[in-house]
Design a protein around this ligand. Structure first.
Ligand SMILES: [Zn+2]
Length: 387
């Protein structure tokens, strides 16, 4: 059986004609299988949703109890029969509950990875390699310049700065779902045991992580602290809050940003980031190419990011590869902040996370809904819109 008979790209996302479902559909469908809770993959309004318990919970937190007609939780490794195919979910190492979805029929396996990373993350199950015939990969950092290095070395950089400037507050911009909690866990792993402060938009999802057994130490809300109390502390906030008047409540804040894009110095400069931290929840170039090689698939389909470079690499390796050009998958690392720092579309999670927050917390955060153009890692010559 050909992989296209098992899964095929449609304008609405990856569709399984034999199984009568979509994976991460970009518009409402009757039956959706969801890889993870980020808003460009997990949308509200589907009839039936099949996902891990954590992803279903995150969708509930983000969209409310009625985000789908019905839901079903699936455990990692469990195999379900849907129409003419077998489906199973496997850890993607991206965020808590994230899964690659394997769809198999007549001995042919297609794996849709959603977003993934192949490096350790204390807040989620490690990426699992699924041998397959066709592998559907993202390419957010699909250029050789993107090598993220060791996240704990970046955290060490942050902690050195905290020690060096005991009167200043350190504000770390980090995406609210996944990155923020991973940064906190990495700070704890480095031995920092003082309270860590949270922006109101982080509260709901971070408490959820804690409820799932992820130990994040003592957490406090920025809004409950005085300016004097915030001297010498670390606070985690959505990236866009770094440019907000919200930062005025901190004494002489140091602006840090945890993102794979911080590998591009021009991006850090452009956003006024004093302390760039190269920490990504996506595979870097080495991770993408190593995973593709190890999966043993003869066909590679690339869904979003720097598709062309990765497709080219695959072709050089003798693999059949093509970009899928599905419109709608974005880049959560940027959290929808445009080049000028302004926001456009409100994100339900951010709005909800601020519930009960003080009135001078920033307005609801945006979320990107269009694909990110290729980055220009050399800096200086970034394409318009490639924030
Ligand atoms: Zn994601």
């Amino acid at each position: 059986m050909r992989p296209e008979d098992i899964l095929r790209p449609m304008p609405s996302g990856l569709c399984s004609p034999l199984g009568d479902f979509h994976i991460d559909p970009t518009r409402p469908v009757e039956r959706a299988l969801i890889t993870h809770g980020h808003s460009d993959h997990a949308r509200a309004g589907h009839g039936a949703v099949l996902a891990t318990q954590e992803t279903l919970d995150m969708m509930r937190l983000r969209y409310g109890a009625n985000f789908a007609g019905s839901t079903q939780a699936v455990a990692y490794g469990e195999t379900l029969k849907l129409g003419g195919v077998d489906v199973s979910f496997h850890p993607a190492g991206h965020v808590l509950g994230s899964a690659q979805i394997c769809v198999a029929a007549n001995g042919t396996r297609v794996v849709a990875s959603g977003d993934y990373k192949d490096v350790p993350d204390p807040t989620c199950a490690p990426f699992e390699l699924i041998p397959c015939d066709a592998f559907i990969t993202e390419a957010t950092f699909g250029l050789p310049v993107f090598r993220h290095g060791d996240a704990s070395a970046e955290i060490a950089k942050l902690l050195r700065s905290v020690a060096l400037f005991p009167e200043r507050a350190h504000l770390v911009g980090a995406y609210s779902l996944g990155k923020a909690q991973r940064v906190i866990a990495l700070i704890r792993a480095a031995g920092y045991d003082k309270p860590i402060y949270l922006h109101g938009a982080m509260e709901t999802i971070t408490r959820y992580y804690v409820s799932r057994g992820i130990d994040l130490g003592e957490l406090r809300l920025v809004r409950d602290a005085s300016k004097a109390e915030l001297a010498g502390t670390i606070a985690i906030c959505p990236p866009s809050a770094l440019q907000d008047r919200w930062t005025r409540r901190f004494p002489d804040p140091v602006s840090a940003f945890a993102s794979g894009w911080m590998r591009v110095r021009a991006r850090a400069r452009q956003r006024g980031v004093e302390l760039p931290l190269v920490i990504s929840d996506h595979a870097d170039w080495d991770g993408l190419t190593a995973t593709i090689a190890a999966a043993g698939a003869s066909q590679i389909w690339v869904t979003h990011g720097a598709e062309e470079a990765l497709v080219h690499w695959c072709t050089l390796k003798g693999l059949e590869a093509r970009p899928l050009n599905i419109v709608g998958y974005g880049d959560e690392e940027e959290e929808g902040v445009s080049a000028d720092g302004s926001s456009s579309v409100p994100s339900p999670l951010e709005g909800e996370g601020q519930g009960g927050g003080s009135s001078d917390d920033p307005p609801a955060k945006p979320t990107r809904t269009t694909p990110t153009p290729n980055p220009s890692p050399q800096g200086g010559g970034e394409q318009s819109g490639a924030v």
